[in-house]
Design a protein around this ligand. Structure first.
Ligand SMILES: Nc1ncnc2c1ncn2[C@@H]1O[C@H](COP(=O)(O)OP(=O)(O)O)[C@@H](O)[C@H]1O
Ligand SMILES: [Mg+2]
Length: 236
């Protein structure tokens, strides 16, 4: 449903992505793994219309979205949860969720129902609904960021390093949630991660990005056994 074809991205004269092609199917979790600076965030920003390719194309459900502005990409149903969990620290959990529907014209009742839906899916957020976003733990903030994304009924959810800076046990929780979103809510997910092990464990297919170039791609179950990937990304 999402097709990125031969995309080049530059920041000034520096090339951040070179001839990158990535696709995500209807039911998939697809991950892009790579070290810091590989171009993972740039790839997501290019899909979101936050940076624009100088070559190549991006299509979503058959429509060319290469040149759309970010708010129009959001209207197509692509929701991006940026790295670093940018929730609103001085708003409550409830208010943060409320803000998640800004791109849609929902009635008050519909919004309330959607917030209730998130509370069912993330019981921890329900317990904390009146707390300020900034007072939550890192894992709870990540849950809130994802839940806020779900408020807009995404047709494709894009997660930028959801595990960054979280303790291993919390990382497991977050990936469980990612799998549930995909299987129970039927939302395709594209995620980028430095945590290659968790990403490969959780996705059907994966791409390896190195210095802006797709070095490898394939079934995650195959890549996780690959010697080069083991050496470079899985600690041996
Ligand atoms: N706004 C920017 N201006 C200039 N260079 C940038 C900008 N954002 C990222 N870069 C550069 O592009 C490359 C890819 O960065 P990024 O996409 O953030 O990688 P990753 O998310 O994989 O860590 C890096 O070399 C980075 O320094
Ligand atoms: Mg990044």
């Amino acid at each position: 449903m999402l097709e990125i074809n031969n995309v080049d991205i530059f920041y000034g004269k520096a090339q951040a992505l070179t001839n990158v092609s990535v696709c995500v199917g209807e039911k998939e979790i697809v991950s892009v793994i790579g070290a810091n600076g590989a171009g993972k965030t740039t790839l997501m920003k290019s899909i979101m219309g936050l940076v624009h390719p100088t070559a190549g194309s991006i299509t979503f459900k058959g429509e060319n979205i290469t040149k759309l502005a970010a708010h129009d990409v959001v209207k197509q149903g692509i929701i991006y949860v940026p790295e670093g969990r940018r929730i609103f620290p001085s708003l409550t959990v409830y208010e943060n969720l409320f803000m998640g529907t800004y791109s849609k014209k929902y009635s008050k009742k519909e919004i309330e129902d959607k917030i209730e839906e998130q509370y069912e899916f993330f019981p921890k957020l329900k317990e904390r609904m009146d707390q300020l976003g900034g007072s939550l733990s890192g894992g709870e903030q990540q849950m809130l960021a994802i839940a806020r994304g779900l408020m807009a009924d995404p047709k494709l959810l894009m997660l930028d390093e959801p595990s960054l800076g979280l303790a291993p046990i919390i990382v497991e929780d977050i990936f469980k949630i990612i799998l549930d979103i995909n299987s129970k809510k039927n939302i395709p997910i594209m995620l980028v991660e430095q945590n290659a092990y968790m990403a490969l464990e959780s996705s059907s297919r994966a791409y390896v990005l190195e210095l802006g170039i797709v070095k490898q791609q394939g079934d995650a179950s195959v890549l996780i056994e690959d010697d080069d990937i083991k050496k470079a990304y899985l600690g041996g």
